[in-house]
Design a protein around this ligand. Structure first.
Ligand code: SF4
Length: 734
């Protein structure tokens, strides 16, 4: 379907129904205590963020009572975080997508119409077959986020395409993983392989652990603080971890690389590096020593605003605790477009301290050796995702979402079809509105698989409603971690309305495309049972226990004195990167000053809040109750200059004139006068998200200055500026 108009999903149901939050919440109150009924529990894996904590869903007489952590889950410490305990809100949310929807034109106007699963799936599979027959299956791309995306990636590969991209790469941890891989031959892993439990010094650079709840990481960091481990937080904002730190370094935004190089300068000049470790494992130390010689604390002070004595003192603290020192790799690592180099500098600093794969630094993650379910080999695609943007980003080791979008615009575009699973691209890709519209104009097919009527659904030809994680099987959790374990997600409830599990949707599409041999299971439970039986367990056992821990087969850290081969071309840690030099990049990180703040504008900083995971949870009635809106942190000097009161609602504008929804101001000294700060994930425009639509501001739509990392394609988002648009009166928050 060409000339696809964006459809507000509300149009489906006629006029959007005004509803009070109190009314929506009334259906979501889980009972605080069981009565006299029969209590049962069902294992699950939390899907409120990517951390995958194992939980247990308690029911009384079949009705939802509560959800808790699985006490046997070492990965989560047996607990769920705030968001995790709000999981039932996802299941109970009355705004959930209920039935398949298809774009139709009525009286010249495009709208969505409810259709049967058969009609929706047949339409999608016919279109996919058409793309395969005319231009080849590789022209169909999957854009995905979350564990359920694997079902659709499997279907896509069976169909003949391996074209796929996750925002988790180019909009999040990609620069970090590429930077670590270039240096150490492997990534910092997800979940991060930081040995917080044994660390004596932890350095956070723009990482807000405690605001961004990654359950076990928060728990082990709290334990480290209780053990008097030294916490050093580098952040222009007085964040939650800054408040727990021995050192808070309120750095000038955009100057992290300068500080990292100065710390390396101090370690080398004061002979504080772990030379035994470096001699044994690394190459390029001499080049690095020469490279950082000019990055003295005195010079770097002028760039970062961090005093030379503080730079020296904190470097000595790190060295004193080494190798039990962690310079945390962070997670959301897309800052100023030189982010792979920033992450490389973090990896290199850890190497100078000898903390990689040493106790108290980083550990070696291990998975359970789980045999793969036997299916035929996938057909070999003629093109990879990167062929859609040839010559760009040579070290992108995954698909680049922004590259896929660019390659989907125009009559001659590489991609002809999209399947979008579990990711709300308008809020996830910064400043993408115009390009999304252009791609929607060009593509022959846009399918969205979702649980909620997100903004992305407005671009779809077909919306396929997935049931929530509490109503479905997914793949076993088998993450690389300290303690190898398997965890089970299974349905605690039948799917509500006419929603279906992702595995079922993928299989049905596969069957219609003649790919039955890739989907030999009647029920996904059969596949999981087969896998479990290969490692001495069974579905029956896991349905009772939810989590099974396995002994490690490999050491947790390097064995001292034993040779190690790193997965780099040299087999060593590469402080000097010949790989980068060969492609024309700086072989060692170089500091470039950030763009100055234009007059009358402020840096737009963004982050997370404990109750929400991006925009995915802001309509969740239970979590909405905890944190209904985001706030804009404004320094008192700035507030005074603009005559802005605390609690007042303002709008923000980008230099190109994009104006945000209203957002409530929090006047606070915890942020400097050159920046403002907000939590990401608010400012939804889809009116079917009845609790959260129009509440708060969306940082990503204000981002008009995106700096693409030339090494791996990440979208640096921190070089954006905003100014205030004052309202006549504070008014309603919507
Ligand atoms: Fe769920 Fe919280 Fe664990 Fe994320 S960290 S999976 S939201 S319990």
């Amino acid at each position: 379907m060409k000339r696809r108009e964006f459809i507000k999903v509300s149009s489906l149901f006629g006029t959007s129904i005004a509803v009070s939050p109190a009314l929506m919440l009334s259906g979501c109150a889980a009972r605080p205590l069981p009565g006299s009924g029969v209590v049962s529990k069902t294992p699950t894996i939390c899907d409120m963020c990517f951390w995958k904590c194992a939980g247990e869903v308690y029911k009384e007489d079949g009705d939802l009572w509560k959800i808790t952590g699985n006490p046997d889950d070492l990965h989560s410490g047996g607990r769920l975080c705030t968001r995790g305990t709000g999981g039932p809100g996802a299941y109970l949310d009355p705004d959930r997508l209920r039935t398949p929807l298809m774009r139709v034109t009525v009286n010249g106007r495009q709208t969505f119409q409810e259709v049967s699963w058969d009609e929706a799936l047949t339409f999608v599979s016919d279109k996919m077959q058409g793309i395969a027959d005319t231009v080849g299956p590789e022209r169909m791309a999957l854009l995905h986020h979350g564990a359920g995306g694997h079902h659709f990636l499997h279907m896509l590969r069976a169909y003949g395409s391996n074209s796929h991209a996750e925002p988790a790469f180019a909009q999040c941890r990609g620069p970090r993983d590429v930077g670590f891989k270039l240096t150490l031959g492997e990534s910092a892993s997800s979940p991060e392989r930081t040995d917080m439990a044994n660390a004596n010094c932890i350095v956070l650079l723009g990482s807000h652990i405690g605001e961004n709840l990654h359950n076990a990481q928060v728990q082990t960091m709290a334990e480290a603080i209780n053990r008097n481990a030294t916490l050093i937080t580098v952040d222009p904002r007085f964040s939650v971890p800054a408040g727990k730190s021995k050192y808070w370094l309120p750095i000038k935004p955009g100057t992290d690389i300068a500080l990292l190089l100065a710390w390396m300068n101090v370690l080398i000049e004061e002979d504080l590096c772990d030379m035994d470790y470096l001699d044994q494992h690394a190459i390029g130390f001499e080049q690095l020593a020469a490279h950082v010689r000019d990055y003295t604390p005195e010079w770097v002070y002028l760039e970062t605003g961090i005093r030379p004595e503080t730079i020296r003192e904190t470097a000595r603290e790190m060295a004193k605790a080494a190798p039990a020192t962690i310079i945390h790799p962070g997670r959301h690592a897309v800052w100023y477009g030189d982010d792979t180099q920033r992450s490389r500098a973090i990896a290199m600093l850890n190497v100078l301290l000898g903390s990689w794969n040493r106790k108290g630094g980083f550990y070696i993650p291990e998975k359970v050796d789980l045999p793969k379910y036997p299916i035929p080999e996938y057909p070999k695609p003629k093109f990879s995702t990167g062929d859609a943007y040839p010559g760009k980003w040579p070290f992108a080791n995954q698909g680049v979402t922004n590259g896929v979008v660019d390659a989907s615009i125009g009559e001659d575009a590489f991609f002809k079809g999209w399947m979008v699973y579990g990711t709300n691209l308008p809020q996830t890709l910064p400043g993408i509105a115009d390009k999304l519209k252009a791609a929607a104009e060009s593509l022959d097919l846009v399918v969205v698989v979702e649980t909620m009527p997100s903004e992305m659904t407005g671009y779809a030809d077909v919306i396929l409603p997935e049931c929530t994680y509490l109503e479905r099987y997914d793949d076993l959790r088998n993450s690389g971690e300290r303690h190898p374990s398997l965890a089970l997600r299974m349905p605690a409830f039948e799917p509500s309305y006419d929603s279906k599990p992702g595995w079922w949707i993928a299989k049905q599409l596969g069957n219609r495309l003649g790919l039955e041999k890739y989907f030999p299971w009647e029920d996904y439970a059969d596949k999981i049972d087969w896998e479990l039986k290969q490692v001495g367990s069974s579905l029956e056992e896991m349905q009772k226990i939810g989590v099974k821990n396995f002994p490690r087969k490999r050491p947790l850290y390097f064995r001292e004195g034993q040779p190690v081969r790193f997965h780099t071309p040299s087999g060593k840690i590469e402080l000097y990167s010949q790989q980068l030099a060969d492609k024309g990049f700086d072989p060692m990180p170089v500091y470039t000053p950030p763009d100055p703040v234009p007059n009358g504008f402020y840096r737009l900083n963004y982050g997370r809040m404990p109750a929400h995971t991006f925009g995915k949870t802001t309509n969740n009635p239970l979590l909405f109750q905890l944190s209904p809106e985001n706030q804009l942190w404004v320094n008192p000097l700035v507030a005074s200059e603009w005559s802005i009161e605390n609690e007042e609602y303002v709008r923000l504008a980008s230099p190109t004139g994009v104006v945000s929804n209203k957002i409530r101001v929090r006047v606070t000294e915890r942020i400097g006068p050159d920046s403002v700060f907000m939590a990401h994930g608010f400012g939804h425009r889809s009116k079917r998200l009845r609790l959260t639509a129009g509440v708060g501001a969306d940082d990503s739509e204000l981002m008009t200055n995106i700096k693409i990392d030339p090494i791996m394609g990440g979208t640096g988002m921190r070089g954006n500026f905003v100014t205030f648009v004052k309202e006549q009166s504070a008014g309603d928050k919507r």
